[in-house]
Design a binder for this molecule. Structure first.
Ligand code: SF4
Length: 436
C-alpha cells in the first residue's frame, strides 16, 4: 500500500496578515513529487480562504487577493504593552479538528512554516496533530526551523526538525529514493477545488547577499527552473481550473537567464492572463526589451525594490540598486506602455543605523517620481548580518522569535520607535493618496 503523507499549512498569528497570493509553495512542490512517486497526499491548509468554514466571509479584490478570516487572541507576554490587536488568521480551530476527523492516520505528517515570529500558529497546529495522531512521526520544515533550529527543537513538539531546502534529504525520511529532475515539477494545486490564483517560482534563491535578507541562508545556491515545465503548468492551470491570475514568488525573477524565453513563450501563447510579482523586481534589469516583454506578457502591475536612497546604506547592505536604476527602469516601463499607477516602489524603514530623516528623504523622492511607495517595516531576520549587528550593538536578546516581529522591534526601537514608525506610515499614506 502507498504511504500516506499529511501536509499542513498552519495558521498565522500576528498583528496583521493579508492573503497576497499566499500559498504553501514548498508543500505543493513536495506534493507534486510524492504523487509522482505513488504516495497518497492530503493537504490541510489553515489559510485556505475557500474552505467551507470561511468561504462565506470571503471578499476578493480584483487581483484575487484579500483578507483572511481572523479571531482576536490574547497577546503573549512580550507583546502585552503593544497597543494593537493580536489575531489568529485562517480557518477556525474547530474546522481544523473536524477536517482531521475525516483523515485516516498518516504515515508521516509534514508541517511547514514561514516567518519565525509566526511560530505560535505552527506550535498550535502541532499540538492538535499530536493529540489526534499520537505516534505518527511529525516533521517541521520551512523557514522558521531553518533559521531558528534550536528554539524549534526545544519548543515546537515536532519529532524531526528539518532545516534547509534540500528535498532529497527530506525524501530519505519518507523512504529512500532518487529523483534527478525534482526541481522542475509544477506545484500541485489539485488540493484546491477552485484556486483563485496560482503562485509559482521560476528560480530559487538570489545571487545577491543583502545584509538584511536570509535568501542565501534558505537557498544557498541560485537555481533556475526549466521554462518548459512552467509553461506547461500555466497552460494546465488555465485550461483545467480556469485560473487567470499567476503570481511569481521568485526572489530574483529577472536574474533567471530563462526569463526572456519564458515571457516570449507566454506572449506567443496569447493567453491574456494576469501576472503578478509580489516580491520586488531588480530595477537594474529592466531595460527597454524587458519592459516590453513584461507589458506584452500581461504583468498587471510591477513592484520595484529600492529600500532607501541613502547611498551609504545602499552600499553597506549589498548594493543591489540605486536611484538611477529606478529612474531608468521607470522610463523604460513608461515607454513600454505602463502607467505610473501600475508601478509601486518598495522602501523600508528601520534598518540598523537608518535614520528617521533618511526614510523621510526616500519617501519624498518616491513621491516626486509620481509612483506609489510601499513602505515596509524592517524585521530582524536570523542568519543575516544585520541580525547579528542588532544583537551586538543594541544588546537585544532575540532568542525568542517573537522578538523578530517588526511591530515589537519598533516598540523597543533604539534608533526610532513606535511613534516615529506611526508618523512615517501616516505620512506615506498621505503622499500615496495624492498620486492615486
Ligand atoms: S536582492 Fe532581494 S532577495 Fe536578493 S539578497 Fe537582496 S533582498 Fe534578498
Amino acid at each position: 500500500m502507498s504511504k500516506h503523507i499529511l501536509l499542513i499549512n498552519p495558521w498565522i498569528i500576528d498583528f496583521k496578515a493579508y492573503d497576497l497570493w499566499m500559498k504553501p509553495l514548498g508543500l505543493l512542490h513536495i506534493s507534486s513529487i510524492l504523487r509522482k512517486k505513488g504516495f497518497s497526499i492530503t493537504l490541510l491548509d489553515c489559510l485556505d480562504r475557500n474552505h467551507p468554514s470561511v468561504v462565506k466571509e470571503k471578499k476578493l479584490d480584483p487581483q484575487m487577493t484579500g483578507k483572511f478570516v481572523d479571531e482576536e487572541i490574547e497577546k503573549p507576554l512580550p507583546y502585552k504593552q503593544i497597543p494593537r490587536k493580536y489575531k489568529r488568521y485562517g480557518i477556525p480551530i474547530e474546522a481544523f479538528k473536524k477536517e482531521l476527523k475525516k483523515i485516516s492516520a498518516p504515515d508521516f505528517i509534514l508541517v511547514t512554516s514561514v516567518m519565525t515570529y509566526w511560530y505560535q500558529g505552527v506550535h498550535l497546529a502541532i499540538s492538535i496533530l499530536k493529540e489526534k495522531f499520537p505516534g505518527v512521526p511529525l516533521i517541521l520544515g520551512g523557514i522558521y526551523p531553518t533559521l531558528c533550529p534550536e528554539f524549534a527543537k526545544k519548543t515546537s513538539g515536532a519529532d524531526i526538525i528539518f532545516e534547509g531546502s534540500n528535498i532529497q534529504k527530506l525524501f530519505k525520511i519518507f523512504g529512500q529514493f532518487e529523483e534527478s529532475d525534482m526541481e522542475s515539477l509544477f506545484p500541485d494545486f489539485s488540493h484546491y477545488t477552485k484556486p483563485d490564483y496560482v503562485t509559482l517560482l521560476t528560480s530559487k534563491g538570489c545571487p545577491y547577499k543583502c545584509t538584511y535578507c536570509a535568501s542565501n541562508k534558505l537557498q544557498p545556491t541560485f537555481r533556475m527552473l526549466k521554462a518548459k515545465k512552467i509553461i506547461e503548468g500555466i497552460k494546465y492551470m488555465k485550461h483545467n481550473y480556469g485560473v487567470s491570475h499567476f503570481a511569481f514568488y521568485d526572489d530574483a525573477l529577472l536574474l533567471n537567464t530563462h526569463i526572456t524565453s519564458l515571457l516570449e513563450e507566454i506572449i506567443r501563447e496569447d493567453w491574456r492572463l494576469n501576472f503578478h510579482t509580489p516580491n520586488g523586481l531588480h530595477a537594474r534589469f529592466i531595460d527597454r526589451t524587458m519592459a516590453k516583454l513584461l507589458k506584452k506578457s500581461g504583468f498587471a502591475e510591477l513592484n520595484l525594490s529600492l529600500e532607501t536612497t541613502g547611498s551609504t546604506i545602499q552600499v553597506l547592505t549589498g548594493n543591489k540598486v540605486t536611484a538611477l536604476h529606478i529612474e531608468r527602469a521607470i522610463e523604460n516601463l513608461y515607454s513600454a506602455g505602463f502607467s505610473g499607477k501600475q508601478i509601486r516602489i518598495y522602501t523600508i524603514m528601520g534598518l540598523p543605523g537608518q535614520t528617521f530623516e533618511e526614510v523621510e528623504k526616500t519617501m519624498n523622492y518616491v513621491y516626486t517620481l509620481g509612483i506609489e511607495n510601499h513602505l515596509s517595516v524592517y524585521s530582524p531576520v536570523p542568519g543575516t548580518e544585520d541580525f547579528e549587528r542588532i544583537k551586538k550593538e543594541y544588546l537585544y536578546n532575540l532568542e525568542d522569535p517573537l522578538y523578530h516581529n517588526g511591530t515589537y522591534h519598533y516598540y523597543r526601537g533604539k534608533w526610532f520607535g513606535f511613534q516615529e514608525r506611526k508618523d512615517l506610515l501616516d505620512r506615506v499614506h498621505r503622499l500615496n493618496s495624492k498620486i492615486r
